[in-house]
Design a protein. Structure first.
Lengths: 252, 224, 229
């Protein structure tokens, strides 16, 4: 069900990644102030964008689940959040590296993307504990969907708030030239963005396929066990169970 | 539906009046935290950014206290089934709980803000009071909506008291941002320019988004 | 107004399933309940009796099969059913800090029942002297009586009773019987652990074991005992 298109996707991702890396290393211009390390921007920002889209998409999948009751939407949402958290960690790490290289500190509060991601990361860290502390699976899925919707709505709000807060202190220190990137930078950036987006989707599909297969395997195994159980009971039961009888007095 | 929400709110207020569990604890907590800050910061008087920060962090932490208890009463006394069996719109439960939390916060602020002015705040509080009240009320709305939602989310989980702050605090960061930024000019003795409107706007947006989301989503939390 | 089926079947259940994780709490339950009848639920602990009752009360939803209560199909039409069943479970559903009367008033408001009914029922269950005391001071028997009053506030056409007389002294029991017992003439689903008594109370018995329906027939204590082996 999910495996369709996995191979072309993987190939496309690999190709895009390769291209992106090539562009980053050989094509994009070297930044005068920050030097080579500035190129981490081509990883940091696309990771952030894809992660954010992932979180919001997970919220939409949560909505789909609540409306349809179809558990596959819940699984899609779960995997999306899962992957986006990994990407978020990547954002934090690349951001820290960049900060250290540019400013000498491993953390700067002036970079709104970084700060927003810290908050978002802290929030989504609660997803798994919340999920797995609820025992009933249907309820678990429902509550997870609610979380994904609330958190998904929170993500853009959070960004706005953090941006507003920074507007006072310093201008964005780790930004590049903002909207007016020179052509070579823009191209590299876009290819990088595409590569990471493709990678994300590929991994998402991959994980879904794998989870699906595991679930089906478990289901089959359980069915097998149940049938074996019933055979055992039928073979060596101590007393025959009282059978279902229509509503009539048992003849004497 | 408002009638039902009112009935539930009334019931909660009745219980709170009798047990006096939440509001006094929150107020006491706030004042104690102020004392802690005095020792922690080693200051007799604070103003501006620092004052705003202390006030808002304290208020938000006090909210966590209340949120922990908001649905606990229902769950422990099996009251939730009583609500579930009744022919009511379940959104009314959310409205009632959020309204209760809002009221608790207002009551606590009536105590905590003067205490803050007394214990820690340097500049005079009277002049900026109307603006402060406006910010507090708008913020309380957001705190109440998100608090009620998180309370319901956490009520079924095993490690409830841990999940609530972990879940609630990141969600409340925008409130802290707007609150602190909006309040800090009010707490400086000087006539610093402040764009109160911008922060009120952010709070308003936050309140609206989370009220709508909570109302839309709350039904799914109560049913089974 | 919600239409009730003309042939008088207040409850129609077919192939009801309810899972708890991997385990089946209810597996293939089917029965019908006509107006004025009492259906007794029997079976060992964990058989699924309380679960079945809760499904009928719309507190939990069926995972498979068809369930129709008072003309409303569950879970989609639960709103039609709510407020028309009276559920008396193990939990009295009373807030401990409020008095009995305040509790009942609250439920009356939720069900849009006039205040006078509250006092009517308090008198009927013999609690008029203690109705003003906080619930946490009351004994189990009194709680059960108040809970019965709560159950009957909205005069429901269907009663769902989970061991209603457990822990009650004979005096309390005598008070409740005309209200929720066989003599009341109400349509009921009743869970009972006392085989002799339960069999006497019901018109038909549904026997459960590990979620499965083992029998559905006129109550016969001897056969019911088989369930518990």
């Amino acid at each position: 069900m999910y495996g369709k298109g996995l191979r072309p996707l993987s190939i496309a991702s690999a190709a895009a990644l390769g291209t992106a890396l090539g562009l980053i290393f050989f094509y994009a211009p070297l930044d005068a102030d920050q030097g080579f390390i500035q190129k981490i921007f081509y990883v940091h920002v696309p990771l952030a964008i894809v992660a954010l889209c992932g979180f919001m998409a997970a919220g939409i999948m949560g909505i789909r689940y609540l409306r349809s009751g179809d558990r596959s939407w819940d699984m899609r949402s779960y995997v999306a959040i899962h992957l986006s958290i990994v990407l978020a960690v990547g954002v934090l790490i690349t951001g820290a590296i960049w900060a250290k290289a540019s400013w000498g500190h491993w953390w700067v509060w002036d970079e709104p993307t970084l700060v927003s991601f810290l908050i978002i990361f802290l929030l989504y860290c609660c997803y798994q504990p919340l999920r797995f502390s609820i025992e009933d699976p249907e309820r678990q899925a429902r509550y997870a969907a609610v979380f994904s919707i609330v958190a998904g709505a929170f993500v853009p709000l959070n960004f706005v708030a953090v941006r507003l807060a920074q507007a006072f202190s310093h201008p964005r220190v780790l930004s590049t030239t903002g909207g007016n990137m020179p052509g070579s930078m823009r191209l590299t950036f876009l290819v990088s963005l595409l590569a990471i987006a493709l990678l994300y989707i590929t991994l998402w599909k991959l994980e879904l396929t794998s989870k699906n297969a595991t679930m089906q395997l478990k289901r089959l195994r359980r069915r097998l066990e149940l049938e074996l159980d019933e055979q055992h009971v039928a073979a060596g039961a101590p007393a025959p169970p009282v059978g279902t009888v229509p509503a009539q007095p048992v003849g004497d | 539906m408002t009638r039902t929400a009112w009935a539930i709110l009334r019931k909660d207020l009745q219980i709170e009046l009798r047990t006096k569990e939440s509001v006094p604890a929150m107020a006491l907590f706030s004042v104690t935290v102020f004392v802690l800050f005095h020792f922690g910061l080693k200051r007799n008087e604070i103003e501006g950014d620092l004052a705003a920060g202390v006030l808002w962090v304290t208020l938000i932490l006090a909210t966590v206290l209340a949120v922990n208890r908001l649905f606990v009463n229902e769950r422990e006394q099996g009251g939730i089934d009583g609500l579930l069996l009744a022919p009511i719109d379940r959104t009314a439960v959310f409205l009632a709980k959020a309204a209760a939390l809002f009221l608790y916060l207002v009551l606590v602020e009536v105590v905590a803000v003067p205490a803050f002015a007394l214990l820690l705040l340097g500049p005079d509080l009277l002049k900026p009071l109307p603006s402060l009240v406006a910010i507090l009320l708008l913020a309380d709305l957001g705190l109440a909506a998100v608090g009620a939602l998180v309370s319901a989310l956490a009520v079924e989980t095993r490690a409830r008291d841990l999940i609530v702050p972990l879940l609630l605090l990141p969600l409340l960061v925008p409130v802290a941002i707007a609150g602190a930024n909006g309040t800090s000019p009010l707490f400086s003795g000087s006539q610093s320019p402040h764009e109160l409107g911008k922060w009120l706007g952010l709070l308003g947006l936050y309140d609206m988004v989370f009220l709508l989301v909570s109302i839309a989503v709350f039904d799914f939390l109560l049913e089974d | 107004m919600v239409e009730e089926p003309p042939d008088g079947a207040l409850v129609e259940v077919e192939g009801l399933e309810r899972r708890y994780g991997e385990r089946a709490a209810l597996d293939g339950i089917s029965f019908e309940l006509r107006r004025g009848e009492t259906l007794g639920l029997f079976g060992p602990n964990g058989a699924g009796k309380s679960t079945l009752l809760r499904v009928l009360a719309t507190l939990i939803r069926p995972h498979a099969g068809s369930v129709k209560v008072l003309g409303g199909a569950l879970p989609g039409e639960a709103w039609k059913v709510r407020g028309r069943v009276g559920y008396l479970g193990h939990d009295p559903l009373l807030y401990r800090e409020l008095s009995g009367r305040e509790n009942l008033l609250f439920h009356a408001r939720l069900h849009r029942v006039p205040e006078e009914r509250v006092d009517e029922l308090i008198a009927a269950v013999g609690m008029h002297r203690r109705a003003g005391d906080p619930v946490r001071e009351l004994s189990r028997g009194m709680l059960q009586r108040l809970s019965a009053a709560r159950t009957l506030l909205h005069d429901p056409p269907l009663l769902l009773l989970d061991e209603p007389y457990s822990g009650l002294d004979p005096a309390a029991r005598e008070l409740l019987e005309p209200l929720i017992g066989r003599a009341s003439g109400r349509t009921r689903v009743l869970v009972s652990h006392d085989l002799e008594e339960g069999a006497a109370e019901c018109d038909r018995a549904l026997g459960l074991r590990a979620g499965r329906q083992m029998l559905l027939d006129r109550p016969d204590p001897a056969r019911l005992k088989e369930l518990y082996r």
